[in-house]
Design a protein around this ligand. Structure first.
Ligand SMILES: [Zn+2]
Length: 261
């Protein structure tokens, strides 16, 4: 599942390839991925305009269109944006295709169709409608401590709640909790100031490390859980195998010696 680092890499890819090119036509091959826009609405809003800016908030992507509106893209579980220099080699699960005036194309592919493409006049209203909290990489320490510590729920659940902060999923929440020695079921409102500050600091470190590693977990620093997060693997601090449990239907990995409840 794409989390913040994976989505950030897609944003950078679009920034480097499609930015500034003028859209000549739009073809929607599957209306199932449209949300907040019709096929005609998408064509009208985009045709004849260039993408002038890329932005990301949590796992949500925004592309500014020349006329001032924003194209919104959420990758869901399997979505990706692919740039085709000569417009050929369409991926099998292409759902929407944007052809540029210079012959290149930009396609949205999504095997499982949990993603969403739409339009919005303003990012702020979109974020409010979706009830998305601050971006996990941009949130300041005081804001993080205040937002997280007000919940009497397991910290793992709170970190995954996109209305508390946006962008963190199952894998990165496991890593951050491991780095800070916090048990996934520890209640958020019971954490002390040092633990909360540790989580905030490590959230930024872990997300940036993954972006720098281009989300290749083998390239992450030593001592990271994500380098070997599978049932047959062990805590890198010399402890036993990972323990696993379900939290909100997701499998949490943790080391019972490093992360005591
Ligand atoms: Zn351990």
């Amino acid at each position: 599942l794409p989390e913040l680092p994976e989505v950030e890499l897609v944003r950078r890819k679009v920034e480097a390839s499609a930015l500034g090119r003028t859209i000549a036509s739009v073809e929607v091959l599957d209306i199932g991925v449209l949300e907040g826009a019709s096929t005609e609405g998408l064509k009208t809003a985009l045709t004849g305009h260039a993408l002038t800016r890329t932005d990301r908030h949590g796992k949500q992507l925004f592309f500014r269109i020349g006329n001032g509106r924003w194209l919104t893209v959420h990758l869901g579980m399997t979505g990706d944006l692919i740039f085709l220099e000569d417009g050929r080699g369409l991926p099998r699960f292409t759902r929407v295709r944007f052809d540029f005036e210079d012959g290149s194309s930009f396609v949205y592919e999504d095997m499982r169709k949990f993603g969403a493409i739409g339009l919005t006049p303003s990012k702020a209203s979109f974020l409010e409608r979706k009830r998305l909290g601050p971006d996990a990489l941009a949130i300041g320490r005081e804001d993080f401590v205040e937002r997280v510590s007000r919940h009497r729920r397991p910290i793992k659940t709170v970190l995954l709640d996109q209305s508390v902060l946006a962008g963190v999923g199952n894998l990165y929440s496991d890593e951050v909790l491991f780095q800070c020695g916090v048990h996934p079921l520890a209640l958020a409102d019971g954490l002390d100031e040092d633990q909360l500050r540790c989580l905030h600091r490590n959230l930024a470190i872990v997300l940036r490390s993954s972006i720098d590693a281009r989300t290749d977990f083998d390239q992450l620093p030593e001592g990271y859980m994500l380098k070997a997060r599978h049932p047959s693997s062990r805590c890198p601090k010399g402890h036993g195998p990972w323990h696993m449990m379900k939290v909100n239907g997701r499998t949490a990995f943790f080391c019972p010696q490093c992360q005591r409840l």
